[in-house]
Design a protein around this ligand. Structure first.
Ligand code: ADP
Ligand code: ZN
Length: 436
């Protein structure tokens, strides 16, 4: 089933013409409403009329997460606050989160894109779907929620946590679809097994999995343990949220909602655009957004684009599974974490030396984060023997990390000089989650 035949199956010429028209409009809109973009265009001697076709996009400047952070909180917002009806936030590298405001039209388009995804996954009015992405500032929960209601299925806003209750509801309500991170799906499977709920007792048929990288092996394992078919859904809050792209029944790449988000692939080092088919960093320009449109936003996600009609009948360009990132962002339990955030915390605690190591693992299908930090030599000799001092310091670091990262980390205090020094580029992250 296809939610919007007209847009999802457009001919390439029609799509390019529509994208060109919309690109001109969005450039004109930000030129007049966002001083940051006006300045950037002026620096390049550009006026909106210079942008007429989609090919003209290469004349435009890139936007980065740093630009959003530097213009915190709403410097890149184009619509006045009176038009904004919702605000989400995603983690920034250090300090400020990225704030994204949505107008009523933005939410409607997001809901439309989410409906395209769910329809492609086979979710419709006869389904009951639980949304186990986090509700709140994160775009996953509410984004998926609106889509499920829109396609007429019954939404169960389970959110994360409460996993036993959720497992019981899956069985008792006969829930047929679930939207969550792939790692949460595995955690849920495990919880169910512990509770003695077998896959024959549940009716799950469809899983909408995203917000973090996952592999074909994980797909097989989840499908096998929960007895459903798992589909990829991709998105990011700076561009919209979940449903920037989604898999169809053919599961050969994820179709991008390209009438709303224009994708490019660039070389992350030279910033040169790469021909379709080549692997590089994914860049998006929003073509219809009002709240916070972005021009050539660098996602840092590494993928490639596949053109050509898919067997499902959709013509929308597909992206391959995300292979990695061109920056050091980690995704731990669906939350974006940058090593620089840990560094900022460590630097702010006088008893701790600026040496640290992040160790990420997956235990019982849940991501764990351990942060090793080195105690300063002077503190190590003077206060270290005082009863409770060590434990207090450890707790203090844990508390500060939690408030900055929004996820819990286990802190291990290390003696001065004991965290391994590497030759050359320091290795500050040990990711033991083997994404095989
Ligand atoms: P969201 O709220 O959609 O997770 P964030 O801005 O917090 O948005 O995080 C977006 C990032 O999450 C993406 O840039 C990408 O790195 C990762 N991501 C989201 N969906 C997927 C997916 N299906 N596969 C791989 N990575 C994903
Ligand atoms: Zn398809």
């Amino acid at each position: 089933m296809i939610w919007n035949q007209n847009k999802e199956c457009m001919s390439r010429d029609e799509m390019s013409a529509l994208q060109g028209k919309r690109l001109h409009k969005v450039v004109e809109y930000v030129y007049h409403n966002v001083p940051f973009y006006r300045k950037k265009l002026q620096e390049r001697d550009l006026i909106p009329d210079d942008i007429q076709t989609i090919e003209d996009i290469t004349k435009l400047p890139y936007t980065t997460k740093k630009d959003l952070r530097d213009n915190y909180p709403t410097g890149l917002q184009a619509a006045p606050m009176s038009q904004i009806i919702r605000v989400h936030a995603s983690s920034g590298t250090t300090g400020n989160p990225t704030i994204v405001g949505y107008t009523r039209k933005d939410i409607a388009i997001w809901t439309e894109c989410m409906s395209r995804s769910l329809t492609a996954f086979g979710i419709g009015r006869n389904d009951i779907m639980s949304v186990a992405y986090g509700y709140g500032l994160f775009t996953g929960g509410l984004g998926a929620h609106n889509g499920v209601e829109n396609v007429g299925a019954a939404v169960v806003p389970a959110s994360t946590g409460n996993t036993e209750k959720h497992a019981k509801l899956l069985r008792d309500l006969g829930i047929t679809g679930i939207a969550c991170t792939p790692s949460y799906a595995l955690y849920l499977a495990e919880t169910m097994e512990k509770m003695g709920i077998t896959k024959d007792q549940i009716k799950l048929r469809v899983g909408a999995f995203g917000a973090e990288p996952w592999t074909e092996n994980m797909r097989k394992e989840i499908q096998d343990r929960l007895g459903l078919k798992g589909y990829n859904i991709y998105g990011l809050s700076e561009v919209m949220g979940p449903s920037v792209s989604y898999e169809c029944q053919c599961q050969n790449g994820s179709h991008i909602c390209e009438d709303h988000f224009f994708p490019e692939i660039i070389n992350p080092v030279t910033l040169e655009p790469l021909p379709r088919g080549q692997k590089g960093e994914l860049v998006f320009t929003t073509l219809t957004k009002e709240g916070m449109p972005v021009l050539r936003y660098r996602t840092r996600d590494i993928t490639s684009l596949m053109e050509g009609e898919c067997n499902c009948g959709r013509t929308a360009v597909r992206m391959t599974a995300i292979e990695g990132r061109s920056d050091d962002m980690l995704i731990i339990r669906g939350i974006n974490v940058f090593p620089s955030q840990v560094e900022a915390v460590v630097l702010a605690i006088p008893e701790i030396a600026p040496r640290y190591m992040l160790i990420i693992d997956r235990v019982n299908n849940l991501d764990t984060l351990t942060v090793q930090v080195e105690v300063r030599p002077d503190y190590f000799t003077s206060d270290f023997d005082t009863p409770g001092a060590v434990e207090n310091l450890r707790k203090k670091v844990e508390f500060k990390l939690r408030s900055v990262l929004s996820i819990g980390a286990k802190v291990e205090l290390k003696a001065p000089g004991s965290i391994e020094r590497s030759q050359g580029k320091s290795v500050r992250v040990l990711d033991k989650r083997v994404l095989k």
